[in-house]
Design a protein around this ligand. Sequence first.
Ligand SMILES: [Zn+2]
Length: 193
Amino acid sequence: MKKCNKCKVEKELTEFYKNKNSKDGVAYKCKSCSKSMMKGYWEDNPNYMKEWRNKNTTHVKEYYSSWRNQNQISIHTKELTYQQQRRKTDPLFRLSKLIRVHVNRFLNGYKHKKTQDVVGCSFDELYVHLLLTLPITHRFNYIHNPKLYEVDHIIPLSWAQDEESIYELNHYSNLQLLLKEENRRKSNKPLEL
Ligand SMILES: [Zn+2]
């Protein structure tokens, strides 16, 4: 049994999403609280990302081309054999690693929050969310060939002016999966918005 941080009700551990960063391995909020929190976020900000992009079209376009060019050169990761093995067999582990590396890369000096708190949902939920950002025809392919895809920030992170906006832009609602090929192509011509 565990007391939920939000609703303060004591519930079975199965009523909490898994969170490997916490001592007992489950999230601080119960499933129904995290669900209603996410639902609330979407209700409060149904077009937030779209509107932001529309307002900043020119800058976003410019930024996209330079950011992608830089990243093509500097992408490399060292992984332990154990982790490589696990990445092959456990898609959720692979995704959580990827997101952690990805998010931390942009948090630099001020890592005051845990990755999951920044992303705003559990890795299970993130996996589903990211899967849904792909067209239906790509979802099956992603599950079997995840390496063909990469996580992309809809609003680029260099746009953040302060710590808070860095956290906001790493929220799961600003993350999507893109086919790597597609991403490379975008680097050569500005993103069509
Ligand atoms: Zn709760």
